[in-house]
Design a protein around this ligand. Structure first.
Ligand code: ADP
Ligand code: ASP
Ligand code: MG
Length: 812
């Protein structure tokens, strides 16, 4: 014999009930079938009760809807000629229910007894309708009212099952019964006087387990809407997967800490008789599901992660606690006497505080009770009044084998810490089957996903990118990400998701990842863009491993980096403004990055995709000291002076450089030398020198008038006006047989930038196209410098440099 229980979604409507009937008709042995109310009905019954008690007449409309729901199920499930009996029975039951609500409405009160009667109607109606429907299909089914079998009693104010009476009732009933299928309502029971009671919300699972235990069946099957007990709530963690085998203890811990798929008390009756519990999916009956037994046969230390929302933390503390025994006893007693359920408890070993986690709805009452209990101690300042914190959640790692694996809590808390998830309290059961942390409610989803990734997706790390700026560089970056997705997964175990995109006009977000094949259309249809609104959304999305990517040259955007870093959101940028800003700002960002352990990478600030900053950082980290840096760092100026001759005018060459994306949007930034000055400034700072942009000597080769133009048009015109000036530069070089390079230098703490005429044979002489070159002279590279050389400008290489920074973060 087996006991099967079908939950609310499994019997939500006629369609689903057909599936249930198909499943139960496939069994060859005798079965006991327990059903829940149709999905949502128990909630509605209670809601109507509360409305009636408040004198709100709208309860009647909801009652009508409830009636329609049940009558329409009958009409779909039972052939017309057999419907009338069922319809009139259900109507008469609903009339009784209506009378109860009318009474509630008139006396303005919903007593616990009436509430118990009302809330059980959902199961009474669903079991009746499903039974009639099964019989109309020729199945050998009888209905039995569970209230005649399961008897409850009160223990310390809580309704508990009287197992002696219940087991005896079950044995004698089933001994006599010859039905192949016995169908019963879940959730409902009665006390010894026959007054209806219930087994608590989600209690139909428990009904099934009580029957399974009483009848010592071969298996208890909980049929629901998911394919088993998952490694985490599948609604919140997309990557969660069903657990194949799990022990009673583990299942108990997971359900106690919020895995709603199984009502926690269910496990006890099954465990006592060693009856396996299967969790199966009504809508995918072929899926294996989860098997809960005595054994946890897998080597996986952490089996699942669960959580409870709406937790409040009550802390009782005070210097007077030390050495005076009995505080905990009095605290726990007063809560237990009032039936307040304690979900977790921790006590610091200094004995100066006790911290308990309870459901938020009971927290005010609990605080008052505790403050009253310790009124005297509080009045003489031996204790502080209870400190109450709300809007919290509990998150728990569960696994029988955790005790034999070291470092699990270390991993747990470092993963949470790295994602800026503040842990308010920690508890670890002495049996080490669970580690529990109290966190802010707003962080639940991020925390669950972070821990899931850490413990179950060991190899795959997911990065969530928020990209701002999708011009030349940004759109190339998106192309590169798109084409590398599979490679990164297969070779580096990195999954990269773009969760936000913005240009100067629009922004679009998608937590599940923006479809990169149509990102342009999605962006166009997005909301209006604004720097701070983008930041606010990224913060509120609160996803793990978030990285803000700045592909702009915007000053305003550079000013908000600190807010990303403070919120543990990494920053990758090709925008030089932040690192070349006031020393104080640069240092602040570097410090935030260190303090919060969050990446701030800007490799592309110097030499686009060339590994210049990374090389420099590695030199310094390994103990080297940089003395001199000589470099040609402007891809655009290099391109310009490599192409400028007596055939191609300066104006034409600059225009061409702009067209090919080698210049900043405002070419003056390149031609004035400011861009190169910023780059050498960043290299000097990264080498450990406190230096400001104003400290850099910059002898411009450009006529002042050109640099003072208001826009690009005027600027290009001025290049024509000053043609003779530029030609004279070319002529001088050609006379000396030299090549013109815009050189940056840092030596003995001083930096300078300016045009130089480079003679043949010099390292810089043969620098072609838009190439960059950097020579580092250090303690270790004394005569022969360490040289980094290659293409130092262009959208494609800059995008690849940004991508490399992102990958660097992924590999951390
Ligand atoms: P039923 O109505 O069948 O009793 P419940 O709604 O009570 O079903 O429980 C099933 C639901 O539990 C799932 O749809 C899922 O949303 C939720 N759930 C929460 N945590 C877990 C978990 N760890 N594994 C599976 N389901 C979970
Ligand atoms: N119908 C009850 C509830 O919603 C019991 C159950 O479905 O398990 O709580
Ligand atoms: Mg349930």
């Amino acid at each position: 014999m087996k006991v099967l229980k079908f939950g609310g979604t499994s019997v939500a409507n006629a369609n689903n009930i057909e599936k249930v009937l198909e499943i139960i008709s496939s069994y060859s042995e005798d079965i006991v079938v327990v059903v829940s109310a149709f999905s949502g009905v128990t909630d509605t019954l209670l809601h109507i009760g509360r409305l009636a008690a408040q004198g709100d007449e709208s309860y009647k409309d909801l009652l009508d809807e409830l009636e329609n729901k049940h009558l329409s199920a009958i009409k779909s499930l039972i052939p017309v000629q057999k419907q009338s009996h069922a319809l009139s029975y259900v109507k008469s039951e609903l009339n009784k229910l209506e009378t109860l609500y009318e009474g509630t409405y008139l006396v303005n009160e919903l007593s616990p007894k009436t509430e118990a009667v009302i809330s059980g109607y959902g199961e009474l109606l669903s079991s009746y309708i499903i039974g009639e429907s099964a019989r109309s299909k020729g199945l050998n089914v009888i209905n039995k009212d569970t209230r005649e079998l399961i008897q409850t009693t009160l223990l310390f104010g809580k309704t508990v099952v009287d197992f002696d009476v219940t087991n005896a009732n079950c044995s004698s009933f089933f001994k006599e019964s010859t039905a192949k299928i016995t169908l019963l309502p879940g959730f409902v029971a009665s006390d010894k006087d026959g007054v209806p009671t219930t087994l608590g919300r989600g209690g139909s699972d428990y009904t099934a387990a009580i029957l399974a235990g009483a009848l010592r069946v071969d298996a208890l099957e909980i049929w629901t809407d998911v394919s088993g007990m998952y490694t985490a709530n599948p609604n919140l963690v997309k990557q969660a997967m069903p657990i194949n085998n799990i022990s009673y203890q583990e299942a108990m811990e997971l359900s106690h800490f919020g895995a709603k798929v199984l009502y926690a008390p269910t496990i006890h009756p099954a465990l006592q008789q060693n009856i396996p519990i299967w969790i199966k999916n009504t809508f995918k009956p072929n899926k294996t599901g989860t098997c809960i037994t005595n054994e946890s046969d897998e080597e996986q230390a952490v089996k699942g992660i669960s959580h409870i929302e709406n937790i409040a933390l009550l802390t009782l503390q005070g210097s007077g606690m030390v050495g005076f025994p009995g505080y905990s006893k009095r605290l726990l007693e007063v809560l237990s006497n009032e039936g307040i359920n304690i979900i977790m408890i921790t006590q610091a070993s200094s004995e100066q505080s006790i911290c308990i986690g309870i459901d938020s709805s009971e927290s005010e009452k609990a605080k008052t009770l505790i403050d009253q209990t310790f009124e005297y101690e509080i009045s003489i300042k031996r204790l502080d009044p209870v400190n109450l914190e709300k809007d919290l959640a509990i998150i728990a790692l569960v696994g029988d084998k955790m005790k034999s694996h070291q470092g699990i809590s270390g991993k747990m808390f470092s993963a949470l810490g790295n994602n800026n998830i503040n842990v308010k309290a920690i508890a670890q059961g002495a049996s080490e089957k669970n580690i529990t942390a109290v966190i802010n409610k707003k962080d639940i989803k991020k925390a669950l996903n972070t821990l899931h990734e850490r413990f179950f997706e060991a190899n795959i790390k997911q990065l969530n990118l928020f990209i701002t700026g999708v011009g030349n560089v940004g759109s190339k970056l998106i192309d590169q990400i798109q084409s590398q997705t599979d490679y990164l997964k297969d070779h580096l175990s990195l999954s990269i998701r773009v969760a936000g995109i913005s240009n100067s006009k629009k922004m679009v977000f998608d937590e599940k990842g923006i479809d990169l094949t149509i990102w342009k259309d999605l962006l166009e249809k997005g909301e209006n863009a604004e720097t701070n609104a983008f930041l606010r959304t990224v913060k509120s999305m609160n996803i793990r491993n978030s990285i803000f990517v700045d592909n702009t040259a915007s000053e305003k955007i550079a000013q908000v980096y600190e807010h990303y870093l403070e919120n543990n959101i990494g920053v990758v940028t090709c925008n030089k403004i932040a690192c070349a800003d006031q020393l104080l700002h640069y240092k602040k960002l570097k410090k935030l990055s260190r303090d919060f352990g969050v990446p701030f990478l800007f490799e592309t600030n110097v030499g686009a995709g060339l590994p210049i900053i990374d090389t420099l950082n590695n030199l310094i980290a390994s103990g080297d000291k940089v003395h001199t840096i000589q470099a040609v760092l402007s891809g655009s100026l290099n391109f310009i002076f490599n192409n400028f001759d007596n055939k191609n005018s300066f104006h034409d060459v600059v225009l061409e450089a702009q067209k090919q994306g080698f210049t900043e949007p405002d070419p003056k930034i390149d031609l004035s030398g400011v861009d190169v000055a910023r780059k050498i400034l960043i290299l000097a700072r990264e080498s450990g020198n406190d230096i400001e942009l104003e400290d850099i000597e910059n002898e411009s080769f450009m006529p002042k008038e050109c640099l003072e133009t208001a826009d690009n048009d005027a600027f290009f015109k001025s290049l024509i006006t000053h043609k003779a000036h530029f030609n004279s530069i070319y002529e001088k070089a050609s006379k000396e047989n030299a090549r013109i390079k815009y050189v940056a230098q840092f030596k003995d703490g001083k930096a300078s930038v300016g045009l130089q005429y480079i003679p043949e044979g010099h390292d810089f002489y043969n620098l072609e196209g838009s190439d960059n070159i950097v020579l580092f002279y250090t303690d270790r590279y004394v005569n022969q410098p360490l040289i980094v050389k290659g293409a130092g400008a262009g959208a494609e290489v800059t995008a690849s440099g940004i991508f490399a920074d992102i990958i660097r973060i992924g590999k951390r």
